[in-house]
Design a protein around this ligand. Structure first.
Ligand code: ATP
Ligand code: MG
Length: 284
């Protein structure tokens, strides 16, 4: 049995639960106040925790693995190992100063007061840069600190930057890019490692599928070569004769980021009746 810690309530919770669902892991129904559950069809048990507590729980072996942001793992300095990046919970951690401040470089921060909830990451960064500043640890609403003269700068999570702007701040240094990942305890049994491998295999096939679309189209046989040369396919497209003589149906998987451009090219090359669908799982 594998024990997985996920965030109880917050930005990573629904993505974490959805991921398990897409991996075909069905959980026993629980009330929202339950802190523990297990799966009906996979040997896994779930612990619902505050995200800050997940790295330590994994390090101590209370959970074998956890889904948590890279930022929290770095902040807690837990001695755990990343198994897989998950592609959600993406954010960056930056230093911001009041928008009219005359910021010319990192030495602007020398002797200044910086408000943050992430004092460890910030301290490590400043030490590396040889800057000494006065770090004020606060647990939330960091962006208001300069406006109420609590600090001269802040260090916090930024996603779109709109919170900074609405608080009269500008982003001046990005220290870290973060996303959620699966992290594991460093001393796991062979049995648990092989369950993690099984789980990660499923996660990878779900995540790979998200990058692709499945495309079906009809094409007259004299334009088949032109259409097939546009489609990359995994090996090559599947070609099947249509009921109507002289026509074929072509099936292929294409990358989401090439999608719109390729559709135009396919139509120009003679493709008709294009049908595009999502792919649920994909094993390369
Ligand atoms: P908890 O109650 O579990 O301690 P929290 O309030 O500390 O929750 P959330 O705001 O739910 O945490 O964020 C969880 C994680 O989501 C962050 O640590 C970070 O990795 C990621 N994240 C992604 N985008 C953002 C964002 N815009 N603001 C905050 N966190 C973000
Ligand atoms: Mg937290």
């Amino acid at each position: 049995m594998l024990t997985l810690a996920i965030q109880k309530k917050g930005r990573l919770s629904s993505n974490s639960l959805e991921l398990l669902e897409h991996c075909g892991i069905h959980l026993k129904r629980t009330g929202s106040d339950k802190l523990k559950t297990s799966a009906l069809n996979f040997p896994i048990e779930l612990l619902f925790l505050r995200d800050d507590d997940i790295p330590r729980c994994v390090e101590d072996g209370i959970a074998d693995i956890g889904i948590v942001g890279d930022n929290i793992v770095l902040e807690t300095m837990a001695d755990i190992e990343k198994v897989l990046p998950l592609g959600f919970g993406k954010c960056r951690m930056s230093i911001a100063v009041p928008k009219y401040a005359d910021y010319t470089g990192i030495h602007f921060l020398e002797g200044k007061r910086i408000a943050t909830s992430y004092d460890t990451i910030l301290q490590n960064f400043l030490d590396k840069k040889g800057v000494s500043a006065d770090i004020h640890k606060i647990s939330g609403s960091v962006e208001i600190a300069p406006g109420i003269d609590m600090a001269d700068a802040i260090f916090d999570i930024v996603s779109t930057g709109s919170t900074l702007i609405s608080n009269g701040l500008k982003e001046v240094e990005t220290i870290l890019e973060s996303e959620a990942g699966i992290y594991k305890n460093k001393n796991l049994s062979e049995g648990k490692l092989s369950l993690i491998e099984k789980l990660c295999f499923r996660i990878q096939s779900v995540n790979t599928a998200k990058d692709y679309k499945y495309i079906l189209l009809n094409v007259p046989n004299n334009k088949l070569d032109a259409v097939c040369s546009i489609l990359p396919g995994m090996k090559s497209p599947t070609i099947m004769p249509l009921g109507e003589p002289g026509w074929s149906s072509v099936h292929s998987a294409i990358k989401e980021d090439m999608f719109w451009e390729m559709i135009e090219q396919l139509k120009d090359a003679g493709a008709e009746s294009l049908l595009i669908t999502d792919i649920e799982k994909m094993i390369l």
